[in-house]
Design a protein around this ligand. Structure first.
Ligand SMILES: *[C@@H]1O[C@H](CO)[C@@H](O)[C@H](O)[C@H]1NC(C)=O
Ligand SMILES: *[C@@H]1O[C@H](CO)[C@@H](O)[C@H](O)[C@H]1NC(C)=O
Ligand SMILES: *[C@@H]1O[C@H](CO)[C@@H](O)[C@H](O)[C@H]1NC(C)=O
Ligand SMILES: *[C@@H]1O[C@H](CO)[C@@H](O)[C@H](O)[C@H]1NC(C)=O
Ligand SMILES: *[C@@H]1O[C@H](CO)[C@@H](O)[C@H](O)[C@H]1NC(C)=O
Ligand SMILES: *[C@@H]1O[C@H](CO)[C@@H](O)[C@H](O)[C@H]1NC(C)=O
Ligand SMILES: *[C@@H]1O[C@H](CO)[C@@H](O)[C@H](O)[C@H]1NC(C)=O
Length: 369
Protein backbone atom coordinates (compact mmCIF):
# COMPACT_ATOMS: atom_id res chain seq x y z
CA UNK A 1 0.00 0.00 0.00
CA UNK A 2 2.53 2.52 1.18
CA UNK A 3 4.88 1.87 -1.67
CA UNK A 4 2.64 3.37 -4.22
CA UNK A 5 0.96 6.13 -2.26
CA UNK A 6 3.41 8.74 -3.61
CA UNK A 7 2.59 7.51 -7.07
CA UNK A 8 -1.06 8.25 -6.45
CA UNK A 9 -0.28 11.74 -5.21
CA UNK A 10 1.97 12.40 -8.15
CA UNK A 11 -0.66 11.28 -10.63
CA UNK A 12 -3.30 13.35 -8.88
CA UNK A 13 -1.28 16.54 -8.89
CA UNK A 14 -0.39 16.02 -12.54
CA UNK A 15 -4.02 15.76 -13.45
CA UNK A 16 -4.97 18.67 -11.21
CA UNK A 17 -2.32 20.87 -12.76
CA UNK A 18 -3.47 20.09 -16.25
CA UNK A 19 -7.09 20.81 -15.45
CA UNK A 20 -6.37 24.06 -13.64
CA UNK A 21 -4.09 25.35 -16.34
CA UNK A 22 -6.63 24.65 -19.01
CA UNK A 23 -9.69 25.62 -17.07
CA UNK A 24 -11.74 27.91 -19.28
CA UNK A 25 -13.69 29.66 -16.56
CA UNK A 26 -16.92 29.06 -18.46
CA UNK A 27 -17.92 26.46 -15.92
CA UNK A 28 -18.95 27.22 -12.42
CA UNK A 29 -19.13 24.94 -9.40
CA UNK A 30 -22.08 26.13 -7.28
CA UNK A 31 -20.57 24.62 -4.13
CA UNK A 32 -17.99 27.38 -4.05
CA UNK A 33 -19.44 30.05 -6.28
CA UNK A 34 -22.62 31.79 -7.25
CA UNK A 35 -23.48 30.50 -10.68
CA UNK A 36 -26.13 31.31 -13.22
CA UNK A 37 -29.18 29.04 -13.25
CA UNK A 38 -29.21 25.82 -15.28
CA UNK A 39 -31.61 25.78 -18.25
CA UNK A 40 -34.14 22.97 -17.74
CA UNK A 41 -35.35 20.36 -20.18
CA UNK A 42 -38.66 20.38 -18.32
CA UNK A 43 -40.19 17.73 -20.53
CA UNK A 44 -39.50 14.39 -22.21
CA UNK A 45 -38.09 13.86 -25.66
CA UNK A 46 -36.48 11.19 -27.82
CA UNK A 47 -33.71 12.31 -30.16
CA UNK A 48 -33.07 10.11 -33.17
CA UNK A 49 -29.42 10.36 -34.08
CA UNK A 50 -29.79 9.33 -37.73
CA UNK A 51 -30.01 12.95 -38.85
CA UNK A 52 -28.48 16.21 -37.64
CA UNK A 53 -29.42 16.82 -34.03
CA UNK A 54 -30.64 20.23 -32.94
CA UNK A 55 -27.63 22.38 -32.14
CA UNK A 56 -29.81 24.62 -29.96
CA UNK A 57 -30.21 21.70 -27.58
CA UNK A 58 -26.94 19.82 -28.00
CA UNK A 59 -23.39 21.04 -28.21
CA UNK A 60 -20.67 19.02 -29.91
CA UNK A 61 -17.77 20.29 -27.80
CA UNK A 62 -15.06 18.11 -29.29
CA UNK A 63 -14.87 16.29 -32.59
CA UNK A 64 -17.64 15.91 -35.13
CA UNK A 65 -20.52 13.52 -35.65
CA UNK A 66 -20.98 11.42 -38.77
CA UNK A 67 -24.58 10.53 -39.44
CA UNK A 68 -25.58 7.21 -40.95
CA UNK A 69 -29.01 5.63 -41.29
CA UNK A 70 -28.50 3.78 -38.00
CA UNK A 71 -27.18 6.64 -35.92
CA UNK A 72 -24.49 9.19 -35.18
CA UNK A 73 -20.92 7.99 -35.12
CA UNK A 74 -18.55 9.34 -32.50
CA UNK A 75 -15.24 8.52 -34.11
CA UNK A 76 -11.65 8.87 -32.97
CA UNK A 77 -9.94 9.36 -36.31
CA UNK A 78 -6.43 10.33 -35.31
CA UNK A 79 -3.98 9.91 -32.46
CA UNK A 80 -5.20 11.51 -29.21
CA UNK A 81 -8.42 12.77 -30.81
CA UNK A 82 -11.60 12.67 -28.79
CA UNK A 83 -15.32 13.35 -29.04
CA UNK A 84 -17.73 14.97 -26.59
CA UNK A 85 -21.39 15.86 -26.95
CA UNK A 86 -23.10 17.78 -24.14
CA UNK A 87 -26.76 18.68 -23.76
CA UNK A 88 -27.51 22.36 -23.32
CA UNK A 89 -30.32 21.39 -20.97
CA UNK A 90 -30.38 19.91 -17.49
CA UNK A 91 -32.69 17.43 -15.81
CA UNK A 92 -33.51 17.48 -12.13
CA UNK A 93 -34.14 13.78 -11.60
CA UNK A 94 -35.42 11.75 -14.50
CA UNK A 95 -34.66 9.03 -17.02
CA UNK A 96 -31.89 8.80 -19.58
CA UNK A 97 -32.21 6.03 -22.15
CA UNK A 98 -29.32 5.60 -24.59
CA UNK A 99 -29.15 3.10 -27.43
CA UNK A 100 -25.54 2.65 -28.34
CA UNK A 101 -22.83 0.47 -29.76
CA UNK A 102 -19.56 0.91 -27.85
CA UNK A 103 -16.22 1.58 -29.51
CA UNK A 104 -13.93 -1.43 -29.58
CA UNK A 105 -10.21 -1.13 -28.94
CA UNK A 106 -7.77 -1.30 -26.04
CA UNK A 107 -7.42 2.04 -24.28
CA UNK A 108 -10.65 3.47 -25.70
CA UNK A 109 -13.53 4.52 -23.40
CA UNK A 110 -17.12 5.01 -24.51
CA UNK A 111 -19.26 6.82 -21.96
CA UNK A 112 -22.75 8.16 -21.50
CA UNK A 113 -23.18 10.04 -18.26
CA UNK A 114 -25.32 12.45 -16.33
CA UNK A 115 -23.22 15.11 -14.63
CA UNK A 116 -24.10 18.19 -12.60
CA UNK A 117 -22.27 21.47 -12.12
CA UNK A 118 -21.12 20.40 -8.66
CA UNK A 119 -19.93 17.03 -10.01
CA UNK A 120 -22.69 14.68 -9.03
CA UNK A 121 -22.49 11.98 -11.64
CA UNK A 122 -24.24 8.83 -12.90
CA UNK A 123 -22.31 6.74 -15.40
CA UNK A 124 -22.37 4.10 -18.06
CA UNK A 125 -18.84 3.31 -19.23
CA UNK A 126 -17.53 0.78 -21.71
CA UNK A 127 -13.83 -0.06 -21.72
CA UNK A 128 -12.88 -0.79 -25.31
CA UNK A 129 -11.08 -4.10 -24.77
CA UNK A 130 -14.18 -5.76 -23.30
CA UNK A 131 -17.05 -5.92 -25.73
CA UNK A 132 -19.15 -8.08 -23.40
CA UNK A 133 -19.51 -5.73 -20.49
CA UNK A 134 -20.43 -2.29 -19.26
CA UNK A 135 -19.62 -0.53 -16.00
CA UNK A 136 -22.05 1.49 -13.90
CA UNK A 137 -20.97 4.10 -11.41
CA UNK A 138 -22.00 7.20 -9.50
CA UNK A 139 -20.39 10.09 -7.67
CA UNK A 140 -21.55 12.72 -5.23
CA UNK A 141 -19.87 16.12 -5.47
CA UNK A 142 -16.88 14.59 -7.22
CA UNK A 143 -15.95 12.74 -4.02
CA UNK A 144 -13.38 10.07 -4.88
CA UNK A 145 -12.28 9.22 -1.34
CA UNK A 146 -13.40 5.64 -1.81
CA UNK A 147 -14.04 3.72 -4.97
CA UNK A 148 -16.37 0.95 -4.01
CA UNK A 149 -19.24 2.18 -6.14
CA UNK A 150 -18.50 0.71 -9.55
CA UNK A 151 -20.74 -2.03 -10.96
CA UNK A 152 -19.86 -4.55 -13.69
CA UNK A 153 -22.55 -5.91 -15.97
CA UNK A 154 -22.46 -8.46 -18.74
CA UNK A 155 -23.89 -7.47 -22.11
CA UNK A 156 -23.44 -9.44 -25.30
CA UNK A 157 -21.79 -7.95 -28.39
CA UNK A 158 -21.84 -4.43 -27.01
CA UNK A 159 -19.77 -3.22 -29.96
CA UNK A 160 -21.81 -4.73 -32.80
CA UNK A 161 -25.36 -4.56 -31.40
CA UNK A 162 -27.34 -1.67 -30.06
CA UNK A 163 -28.52 -2.17 -26.51
CA UNK A 164 -30.85 -0.10 -24.40
CA UNK A 165 -28.92 1.40 -21.46
CA UNK A 166 -31.31 3.24 -19.20
CA UNK A 167 -30.71 5.19 -16.03
CA UNK A 168 -33.62 5.91 -13.72
CA UNK A 169 -32.93 8.59 -11.15
CA UNK A 170 -35.15 10.09 -8.48
CA UNK A 171 -34.50 11.50 -5.04
CA UNK A 172 -34.79 8.11 -3.38
CA UNK A 173 -33.09 5.73 -5.77
CA UNK A 174 -30.88 5.19 -8.77
CA UNK A 175 -31.34 2.32 -11.21
CA UNK A 176 -29.35 1.00 -14.17
CA UNK A 177 -31.32 -1.04 -16.74
CA UNK A 178 -30.08 -2.98 -19.77
CA UNK A 179 -32.58 -4.05 -22.43
CA UNK A 180 -35.43 -3.90 -19.95
CA UNK A 181 -33.65 -5.76 -17.15
CA UNK A 182 -32.89 -4.03 -13.89
CA UNK A 183 -29.17 -4.55 -13.26
CA UNK A 184 -28.56 -2.44 -10.20
CA UNK A 185 -30.24 -0.22 -7.62
CA UNK A 186 -28.64 2.29 -5.25
CA UNK A 187 -30.72 4.00 -2.59
CA UNK A 188 -30.26 7.51 -1.26
CA UNK A 189 -30.32 6.17 2.26
CA UNK A 190 -27.75 3.41 1.92
CA UNK A 191 -24.17 3.38 3.23
CA UNK A 192 -22.69 3.28 -0.28
CA UNK A 193 -24.26 6.68 -0.92
CA UNK A 194 -23.09 7.82 2.55
CA UNK A 195 -26.76 8.06 3.58
CA UNK A 196 -27.50 10.65 0.93
CA UNK A 197 -24.37 12.74 1.30
CA UNK A 198 -22.74 11.12 -1.73
CA UNK A 199 -25.99 10.61 -3.62
CA UNK A 200 -26.34 12.42 -6.98
CA UNK A 201 -29.08 14.98 -6.44
CA UNK A 202 -28.43 18.15 -8.41
CA UNK A 203 -29.51 19.04 -12.00
CA UNK A 204 -27.51 17.10 -14.58
CA UNK A 205 -26.53 17.47 -18.22
CA UNK A 206 -26.22 14.50 -20.54
CA UNK A 207 -22.65 13.96 -21.76
CA UNK A 208 -21.71 11.46 -24.45
CA UNK A 209 -18.09 10.77 -25.25
CA UNK A 210 -15.67 8.42 -26.98
CA UNK A 211 -12.15 9.15 -25.73
CA UNK A 212 -8.76 7.51 -25.32
CA UNK A 213 -7.40 6.76 -21.85
CA UNK A 214 -4.56 4.63 -23.21
CA UNK A 215 -2.15 7.39 -24.11
CA UNK A 216 1.53 7.75 -23.27
CA UNK A 217 2.12 9.50 -19.99
CA UNK A 218 -1.08 8.16 -18.46
CA UNK A 219 -0.69 6.39 -15.12
CA UNK A 220 -0.21 2.63 -15.17
CA UNK A 221 -3.44 2.22 -13.20
CA UNK A 222 -5.46 4.08 -15.78
CA UNK A 223 -3.75 2.19 -18.57
CA UNK A 224 -4.65 -1.09 -16.88
CA UNK A 225 -8.26 -0.04 -16.49
CA UNK A 226 -8.52 0.80 -20.19
CA UNK A 227 -6.67 -2.32 -21.33
CA UNK A 228 -3.33 -0.76 -22.22
CA UNK A 229 -2.11 1.70 -24.78
CA UNK A 230 -4.23 2.50 -27.80
CA UNK A 231 -2.84 0.98 -30.99
CA UNK A 232 -3.13 4.04 -33.18
CA UNK A 233 -2.63 2.01 -36.33
CA UNK A 234 -6.14 0.64 -35.64
CA UNK A 235 -7.99 3.97 -36.11
CA UNK A 236 -10.83 4.74 -36.54
CA UNK A 237 -12.48 3.82 -33.23
CA UNK A 238 -16.22 4.35 -33.49
CA UNK A 239 -19.05 4.47 -31.00
CA UNK A 240 -22.54 4.76 -32.49
CA UNK A 241 -25.59 6.31 -30.87
CA UNK A 242 -28.93 5.53 -32.48
CA UNK A 243 -31.19 7.38 -30.07
CA UNK A 244 -31.37 9.00 -26.68
CA UNK A 245 -34.54 9.55 -24.70
CA UNK A 246 -34.39 12.00 -21.84
CA UNK A 247 -37.18 12.60 -19.39
CA UNK A 248 -37.01 15.41 -16.86
CA UNK A 249 -39.00 14.68 -13.70
CA UNK A 250 -39.20 18.41 -12.96
CA UNK A 251 -41.03 20.93 -15.07
CA UNK A 252 -39.96 24.50 -15.21
CA UNK A 253 -37.75 27.00 -16.93
CA UNK A 254 -34.53 26.57 -15.01
CA UNK A 255 -32.86 25.20 -11.89
CA UNK A 256 -31.16 27.45 -9.39
CA UNK A 257 -28.81 26.54 -6.56
CA UNK A 258 -29.85 28.43 -3.45
CA UNK A 259 -26.92 28.31 -1.07
CA UNK A 260 -23.90 26.07 -1.33
CA UNK A 261 -24.97 22.75 0.16
CA UNK A 262 -25.64 20.97 -3.12
CA UNK A 263 -28.61 19.11 -1.65
CA UNK A 264 -31.73 18.60 -3.72
CA UNK A 265 -33.68 20.63 -1.17
CA UNK A 266 -31.49 23.62 -2.05
CA UNK A 267 -32.43 23.51 -5.74
CA UNK A 268 -35.12 25.96 -6.73
CA UNK A 269 -37.23 25.04 -9.74
CA UNK A 270 -38.00 28.33 -11.49
CA UNK A 271 -41.41 28.06 -13.11
CA UNK A 272 -42.10 28.91 -16.75
CA UNK A 273 -41.57 27.28 -20.12
CA UNK A 274 -38.06 26.02 -20.70
CA UNK A 275 -36.07 27.17 -23.71
CA UNK A 276 -35.78 23.50 -24.63
CA UNK A 277 -39.55 23.05 -24.53
CA UNK A 278 -40.04 26.10 -26.73
CA UNK A 279 -37.46 24.80 -29.17
CA UNK A 280 -39.06 21.36 -29.31
CA UNK A 281 -42.51 22.88 -29.81
CA UNK A 282 -41.42 24.77 -32.92
CA UNK A 283 -43.32 23.51 -35.93
CA UNK A 284 -41.10 21.49 -38.22
CA UNK A 285 -40.24 23.72 -41.21
CA UNK A 286 -42.51 23.27 -44.21
CA UNK A 287 -41.02 21.44 -47.15
CA UNK A 288 -40.35 23.36 -50.35
CA UNK A 289 -43.10 21.58 -52.28
CA UNK A 290 -45.64 22.36 -49.55
CA UNK A 291 -44.71 26.03 -49.81
CA UNK A 292 -44.99 25.88 -53.61
CA UNK A 293 -48.46 24.37 -53.41
CA UNK A 294 -49.51 27.10 -51.01
CA UNK A 295 -48.88 29.70 -53.75
CA UNK A 296 -51.50 30.40 -56.48
CA UNK A 297 -50.84 29.70 -60.21
CA UNK A 298 -50.34 33.42 -60.97
CA UNK A 299 -47.62 33.45 -58.38
CA UNK A 300 -46.09 30.38 -60.00
CA UNK A 301 -45.67 32.21 -63.36
CA UNK A 302 -44.17 35.22 -61.60
CA UNK A 303 -41.75 32.95 -59.81
CA UNK A 304 -40.61 31.31 -63.08
CA UNK A 305 -39.77 34.73 -64.59
CA UNK A 306 -38.10 35.97 -61.46
CA UNK A 307 -36.13 32.76 -61.18
CA UNK A 308 -33.97 33.55 -64.21
CA UNK A 309 -32.86 36.85 -62.69
CA UNK A 310 -32.54 35.45 -59.19
CA UNK A 311 -30.53 32.52 -60.51
CA UNK A 312 -27.86 34.82 -61.86
CA UNK A 313 -27.71 36.77 -58.60
CA UNK A 314 -27.62 33.59 -56.56
CA UNK A 315 -24.59 32.22 -58.33
CA UNK A 316 -22.67 35.35 -57.41
CA UNK A 317 -23.88 35.22 -53.81
CA UNK A 318 -23.11 31.53 -53.59
CA UNK A 319 -19.52 31.98 -54.62
CA UNK A 320 -19.11 34.72 -52.00
CA UNK A 321 -20.75 32.52 -49.36
CA UNK A 322 -18.47 29.60 -50.13
CA UNK A 323 -15.37 31.69 -49.76
CA UNK A 324 -16.63 32.99 -46.43
CA UNK A 325 -17.60 29.52 -45.20
CA UNK A 326 -14.19 28.19 -45.96
CA UNK A 327 -12.71 30.81 -43.73
CA UNK A 328 -15.17 30.35 -40.88
CA UNK A 329 -14.79 26.58 -41.16
CA UNK A 330 -11.11 26.91 -40.49
CA UNK A 331 -11.71 29.31 -37.64
CA UNK A 332 -14.26 26.97 -36.09
CA UNK A 333 -11.82 24.11 -36.25
CA UNK A 334 -9.12 26.17 -34.62
CA UNK A 335 -11.54 27.18 -31.86
CA UNK A 336 -12.61 23.59 -31.34
CA UNK A 337 -9.05 22.42 -31.11
CA UNK A 338 -8.41 25.04 -28.47
CA UNK A 339 -11.42 23.93 -26.45
CA UNK A 340 -10.43 20.29 -26.58
CA UNK A 341 -8.33 19.91 -23.47
CA UNK A 342 -10.44 22.10 -21.24
CA UNK A 343 -13.67 20.33 -22.05
CA UNK A 344 -12.08 16.97 -21.87
CA UNK A 345 -10.61 17.36 -18.45
CA UNK A 346 -13.88 18.20 -16.69
CA UNK A 347 -15.42 15.00 -17.93
CA UNK A 348 -12.42 12.78 -17.65
CA UNK A 349 -10.76 14.13 -14.57
CA UNK A 350 -13.25 12.49 -12.25
CA UNK A 351 -12.79 9.16 -13.98
CA UNK A 352 -9.06 9.31 -13.79
CA UNK A 353 -9.11 10.37 -10.18
CA UNK A 354 -11.49 7.58 -9.43
CA UNK A 355 -9.24 5.01 -11.01
CA UNK A 356 -6.38 6.29 -8.91
CA UNK A 357 -8.37 6.04 -5.73
CA UNK A 358 -9.63 2.62 -6.64
CA UNK A 359 -6.09 1.45 -6.97
CA UNK A 360 -5.09 3.11 -3.77
CA UNK A 361 -7.82 1.40 -1.82
CA UNK A 362 -7.21 -1.99 -3.35
CA UNK A 363 -3.48 -1.64 -3.11
CA UNK A 364 -3.12 -4.13 -5.92
CA UNK A 365 -1.09 -1.97 -8.20
CA UNK A 366 2.66 -1.68 -7.75
CA UNK A 367 4.18 1.50 -9.05
CA UNK A 368 6.70 1.02 -11.77
CA UNK A 369 10.01 2.30 -10.35
C1 LIG B 1 -14.23 24.81 -2.24
O1 LIG B 1 -13.32 25.65 -1.57
C2 LIG B 1 -12.59 25.00 -0.54
C3 LIG B 1 -11.71 26.01 0.15
O2 LIG B 1 -12.08 27.30 -0.16
C4 LIG B 1 -11.75 23.88 -1.13
O3 LIG B 1 -11.08 23.20 -0.10
C5 LIG B 1 -12.65 22.92 -1.86
O4 LIG B 1 -11.87 21.95 -2.53
C6 LIG B 1 -13.50 23.65 -2.89
N1 LIG B 1 -14.43 22.70 -3.44
C7 LIG B 1 -14.70 22.65 -4.72
C8 LIG B 1 -15.69 21.64 -5.11
O5 LIG B 1 -14.18 23.38 -5.55
C1 LIG C 1 -34.41 7.86 -38.75
O1 LIG C 1 -35.02 6.76 -38.09
C2 LIG C 1 -36.44 6.87 -38.03
C3 LIG C 1 -36.96 5.74 -37.17
O2 LIG C 1 -36.35 4.55 -37.50
C4 LIG C 1 -37.02 6.87 -39.43
O3 LIG C 1 -38.43 7.02 -39.36
C5 LIG C 1 -36.44 8.03 -40.21
O4 LIG C 1 -36.88 8.00 -41.54
C6 LIG C 1 -34.91 7.95 -40.18
N1 LIG C 1 -34.37 9.17 -40.80
C7 LIG C 1 -33.33 9.13 -41.63
C8 LIG C 1 -32.87 10.45 -42.15
O5 LIG C 1 -32.76 8.09 -41.94
C1 LIG D 1 -16.14 -8.15 -19.56
O1 LIG D 1 -17.07 -7.67 -18.63
C2 LIG D 1 -17.95 -8.65 -18.11
C3 LIG D 1 -18.91 -7.94 -17.17
O2 LIG D 1 -18.23 -7.26 -16.19
C4 LIG D 1 -17.16 -9.73 -17.41
O3 LIG D 1 -18.04 -10.74 -16.98
C5 LIG D 1 -16.11 -10.30 -18.35
O4 LIG D 1 -15.30 -11.22 -17.66
C6 LIG D 1 -15.25 -9.21 -18.93
N1 LIG D 1 -14.36 -9.74 -19.93
C7 LIG D 1 -13.06 -9.43 -19.97
C8 LIG D 1 -12.29 -9.99 -21.12
O5 LIG D 1 -12.54 -8.71 -19.13
C1 LIG E 1 -16.56 11.25 0.71
O1 LIG E 1 -16.94 9.89 0.69
C2 LIG E 1 -16.53 9.16 1.83
C3 LIG E 1 -16.97 7.75 1.68
O2 LIG E 1 -17.12 7.35 0.37
C4 LIG E 1 -17.14 9.74 3.08
O3 LIG E 1 -16.68 9.05 4.22
C5 LIG E 1 -16.80 11.22 3.20
O4 LIG E 1 -17.49 11.78 4.28
C6 LIG E 1 -17.17 11.93 1.92
N1 LIG E 1 -16.71 13.31 1.98
C7 LIG E 1 -17.52 14.32 1.80
C8 LIG E 1 -16.88 15.67 1.86
O5 LIG E 1 -18.70 14.19 1.55
C1 LIG F 1 -35.44 0.83 -22.67
O1 LIG F 1 -35.44 0.37 -21.35
C2 LIG F 1 -36.26 1.11 -20.46
C3 LIG F 1 -36.04 0.56 -19.06
O2 LIG F 1 -36.39 -0.77 -19.02
C4 LIG F 1 -37.70 1.03 -20.91
O3 LIG F 1 -38.50 1.81 -20.08
C5 LIG F 1 -37.81 1.51 -22.34
O4 LIG F 1 -39.12 1.35 -22.81
C6 LIG F 1 -36.85 0.75 -23.24
N1 LIG F 1 -36.89 1.34 -24.57
C7 LIG F 1 -37.18 0.66 -25.65
C8 LIG F 1 -37.16 1.40 -26.93
O5 LIG F 1 -37.46 -0.52 -25.62
C1 LIG G 1 -0.55 12.05 -27.84
O1 LIG G 1 -0.47 12.28 -26.43
C2 LIG G 1 0.71 11.72 -25.85
C3 LIG G 1 0.59 11.92 -24.37
O2 LIG G 1 0.34 13.23 -24.03
C4 LIG G 1 1.95 12.38 -26.45
O3 LIG G 1 3.10 11.79 -25.91
C5 LIG G 1 1.92 12.18 -27.96
O4 LIG G 1 3.01 12.87 -28.54
C6 LIG G 1 0.62 12.71 -28.54
N1 LIG G 1 0.62 12.41 -29.97
C7 LIG G 1 0.23 13.30 -30.87
C8 LIG G 1 0.26 12.85 -32.28
O5 LIG G 1 -0.14 14.43 -30.57
C1 LIG H 1 -45.95 28.45 -21.82
O1 LIG H 1 -46.43 27.84 -23.02
C2 LIG H 1 -47.81 27.78 -23.12
C3 LIG H 1 -48.16 27.08 -24.41
O2 LIG H 1 -47.34 26.01 -24.64
C4 LIG H 1 -48.40 29.18 -23.09
O3 LIG H 1 -49.81 29.11 -23.08
C5 LIG H 1 -47.92 29.91 -21.82
O4 LIG H 1 -48.36 31.24 -21.86
C6 LIG H 1 -46.41 29.86 -21.72
N1 LIG H 1 -46.01 30.43 -20.44
C7 LIG H 1 -45.09 31.37 -20.32
C8 LIG H 1 -44.78 31.83 -18.95
O5 LIG H 1 -44.52 31.85 -21.30
Amino acid sequence: MRSWFPFFLLALTTIARVSNAEYTGTECNPINKTCSADPALGTEHTWLFNSTIDSELWDMKTGTLDYTSEGAEFTIQTENASTLLVSNFYIFFGVMEAHIKMAKGAGIISSVILQSDDLDEIDWEWVGYNTSGVQSNFFGKGNTTTSDRGGYHAVANADTEFHNYTTYWDKDRLEWWIDGDLMRTVKYSEPLAVYGKNYPQTPCQVKVSNWPVGVKGQSQGNLDWGGGLVDWSDVPFTMTVSKIRVQDFSTGKEYKYTGHTGTYESIEVVSGNSTAQTQLDKEPAKTLSQKWDDLGSGAHIGVYCGAAVVGALLIGAFVFYCLKQRRSGRLQRALNDGAYSAELTTLEESKLRWRQSELRSKGSYQAVP
